[in-house]
Design a protein around this ligand. Sequence first.
Ligand code: TYC
Length: 124
Amino acid sequence: MKTVVMATDTPPTPPRTPEFFPQHDDGGSVVLERRKQKLQPPPMYQVVMLNDDYTPMEFVVWVLQELFGKNQEEATRIMLKIHLEGRGVCGVYSRDVAQSKVEQILMAAQHSGHPLQAVSEPVQ
Ligand code: TYC
């Protein structure tokens, strides 16, 4: 007979991976080996802004304040780092939030007619 699951029922819990699993050693006996914990924290992504020769410094400082919550001093420090070194980290987020920040930068830049570029990349 088929088991009918109603949409209102709480779904059955999936079987848990046993923490210990049987292994056969060379002598024919069975030993229990502890499984390695497999769960890793989700990878974090950094939003990196790139330098160019045309975007005004004031616009970059504004982006860092409006989209990344930096104060004037910190925003100016990051902008100058990008200007001098070619790139700089604006913030570190989960993958989706980082990608959304990149899109917001690109939209703001396009809207204002600036060629400002940004990317997100996994934190090493
Ligand atoms: N290099 C730009 C200028 O001299 C300023 C700038 C800084 C542009 C940071 C982009 O991500 C950037 N106007």
